[in-house]
Design a binder for this molecule. Sequence first.
Ligand code: AMP
Length: 540
Amino acid sequence: MLCIGFVLAFVFGLLAQRLRFSPIVGYLIAGVLVGPNTPGFIGDATLAPQLAEIGVILLMFGVGLHFSLRDLMSVRRIAVPGAIVQMFVATAMGWFLGTRLGWSHAESLIFGLSLSVASTVVLLRALESARLLDSERGRIAIGWLIVEDLAMVLALVLVPALAPNAEGARDGGIGLALLITVLKVGGFVALMLIVGRRVLPWLLERVAGTGSRELFTLCVLACAMGVAFGAAELFGVSFALGAFFAGMLLNESPFGHKAAEDSLPLRDAFAVLFFVSVGMLFDPWILIEQPLEVIETLAIILVGKSVAAWAVVRLLGKDNRIALTIAASLAQIGEFSFILVGLGASLGLVSEQTRDLVLAGAILSILLNPPLFALMARRTRVADTPVAPVAKGHVLVVGYGRVGGKLAVVLSRAGIPFVVIDTDDARVEAARAAGYKAIHGNAADEAVLAEANPSVASLAVLTIPDALEAGHVAQRLKQGAVSIPVLARAHSDEAVQHLLRRGADAALLAEHALAHSLSEMIAAMPEYRSGPLPSVARAP
Ligand code: AMP
């Protein structure tokens, strides 16, 4: 199952990428192919969702690693009312559709609820690829998701009480069940904040002290999985929420950053399995049998939810950029919806058809979300303060961080006109505050690069650390009608070779330059001045 899942996901993911779709489309198709509804190999339908759960755990753990308690509290004013109103609106719309189709109230309610909650995996993928994870908009979206997640924990407790022969209903104990759940969740959060907050970072530091990389990675994984599992088993909190807390607490440790890096490849691998397992559940026939209902479901997810979210954010006084980001990032449904309708189906409250409808809505909204999000990202990017027309013969500085920032000071002192491009909102604002021309966006994106007018520039300097992205930019610059000289930053010999192959005229190995500066500093010291040091060989 794992082998076929990974291989097919890779092949179709690559194909989707080539055809300019999101690779997610490819993973989903791979899932449909190994699912029971298409001929050929049929994957293990009980194993797949479990692997997907691990994906969700690792993803939420990763989110926690980037998120501090302060961040979470700083967005509560907007995330809490926003998520509640949006969930209410979406549930009401789903309920309305359900009763119109003649379903029972319980079924309509579960249907509505399942449309009201967005998928963590899809949201994080979207934020990550638009590089919004660390922005204010990204933090609000994540806070919003966590509120939805908490609401789902309650919903999962309440749904069984809707069943005609439920225990809770018999002794009139819905209120009691709810109270117990709230107490359990509260107990979990308190335990994490009081005990976990001290123990987890302490443990991580101790293990880092052993010097074993393997043990460190294992410690990170054990914390993520252990806390997630404990939260679910002992407190009835969702896996995702437990993992989020584990990550958030490790974040406070000085090794949090390393923990995030170590768990990244695993996170990616399991996120892929999540999409494959979603694809496996899907029966494509529903698209032909009930096209109208599918479209209505999709409209609730894509239009109804977005409009509600957009309106709430605007009403709470945030600007249009934030409102559009939130609306686009939540216009999809995923894992929680499956869990909820699955529970409904096992209680006999939800028919097979309704479950398929939710699945169709999920698959289609996951397919349509990346282009929707990209459209939003483009709109909100253009909504930035426009850059004044760029002078001719300017220098193009890609990346305004430690390297690009210093370079900008030098260029501006020398009176050389230049433009910077950076993906980070805050960096771009800092550059503009310093009085520089700055463009917001990924330089590897054709439209962003075009804004900097590279065809009339005199030089481009790529100061971004990622050689693959820099190689992309170099190639774009060299493909233009007029090719301008390109200088690039690199961190390994392989990166230097890659950049040169992609057309850079020079690629400077950062560590080499550092050694060079250090040796010059030593040569300038009085005690070494007598015998001149041989100079460090310069990078090609
Ligand atoms: P530093 O490593 O401190 O020089 O920072 C690198 C800078 O490059 C950061 O400000 C990043 O936001 C920025 N950056 C990284 N990748 C890209 C890219 N593809 N396009 C534009 N800016 C980028």
